[in-house]
Design a protein around this ligand. Structure first.
Ligand code: GDP
Length: 295
């Protein structure tokens, strides 16, 4: 398992204090420790390097060298900076338009369909809105059935067009259906593939153009670690999405991908999806995530 970074920092500073003086070299050593821990937690190397450079400037600026409890001070700086890097404050989703359209994008297996069900549940129960789920994955019949089951679980209608192979048309029709039936929120679950490919990107860009979503969420499996960053970049280049959903945080990943994605695409992390139960969705809290990564 992972070693606890907080303890490690406190311990390394205690040892240093025992030796007498804390110097810039000692700080550099502990920064190296932090960098290693971040990389172990799946944070991208370059991001970890930039991060520790910033922590160093801050630590020296705050006179960590002469502090009574340098370990604690260092840990606080690291924690605050991590939270800041992940966005500082929480961001909500935009639900605008009649109906408001939320587009869900990501690779196959990332957890899009599961998240769509959870989001429908959250918007319905917490925001008191009427929700329509749209089955836009026309390539996997099982995906349509899966969404119907989730819709049943959370008491939300699911729009499908059995036999249709045109997800753009389905999304457009779903929006018309919602408007005609006074449903003010439409969540469009889309098809993903195992890797980014041109056809998938064209399709999802066409859906975006057709239904003008007020919120596009990119769903990514936290367990994919470093790969998550490249996928996020490619989706963002094509879709200019509004926020990121990190899934499968119930596994034993530290979730360092959260930091890398934020640093690379500069889009806020909005939700954490962990587990398969429909209420296992949390709004993203930068501080909590920083604690998880620090251990
Ligand atoms: P999609 O292909 O992107 O729509 O992904 P799915 O929603 O179908 O999820 C793929 C698999 O991962 C399914 O077996 C889900 O039950 C599972 N899954 C989705 N979200 C989570 C999660 O947060 N935690 C865990 N442990 N499994 C999840």
């Amino acid at each position: 398992m992972f070693e606890n970074l907080t303890d490690k920092l406190e311990r390394s500073f205690k040892i240093l204090k025992g030796e007498g003086r804390i110097t810039e070299i000692n700080v550099a050593e502990s920064l190296k420790e932090i960098r290693r821990a971040l990389i172990d937690a799946d944070v991208n190397y370059k991001v970890a390097k930039t991060f520790t450079d910033e922590v160093k400037a801050k630590a020296l600026g705050q006179n960590v060298l002469t502090a009574v409890k340098p370990g604690q001070m260092m840990t606080k700086i690291v924690r605050d900076e991590l939270a800041e890097l992940m966005g500082g404050t929480m961001s909500d989703i935009h639900l605008e338009g009649s109906p408001a359209v939320v587009l869900i994008a990501g690779l196959q297996g990332s957890g899009k369909t599961t998240f769509s069900g959870k989001l429908a549940n959250l918007i319905k129960s917490k925001k008191g809105r009427q929700v329509l789920l749209v089955a836009g994955d026309v390539y996997r019949p099982a995906a349509i059935d899966q969404l119907k089951i989730l819709g049943d679980q959370v008491g939300v209608e699911v729009y499908t067009e059995e036999g249709s192979k045109n997800p753009v048309q389905i999304a457009e029709n779903a929006v018309k259906y919602a408007r005609a039936n006074h449903i003010n929120t439409v969540i469009v679950d889309t098809a993903g593939r195992l890797a980014v490919d041109e056809q998938m990107m064209q399709e999802i860009a066409a859906i975006k153009k057709a239904v003008s979503p007020s919120e596009i969420l990119f769903v990514v499996d936290a367990m994919t670690g470093q790969d998550a960053v490249n996928t996020a970049r490619e989706f963002n280049d094509r879709l200019d999405f509004d926020g990121v959903v990190l899934t499968k945080l119930d596994g034993d990943t530290r979730g360092g991908a959260a930091i890398s994605i934020r640093a690379v695409v500069n889009k806020p992390l909005k939700f954490i999806s962990s587990g398969e139960k429909m209420d296992a969705l949390q709004v993203f809290h930068p501080e909590r995530m920083a604690d998880r990564i620090l251990g």
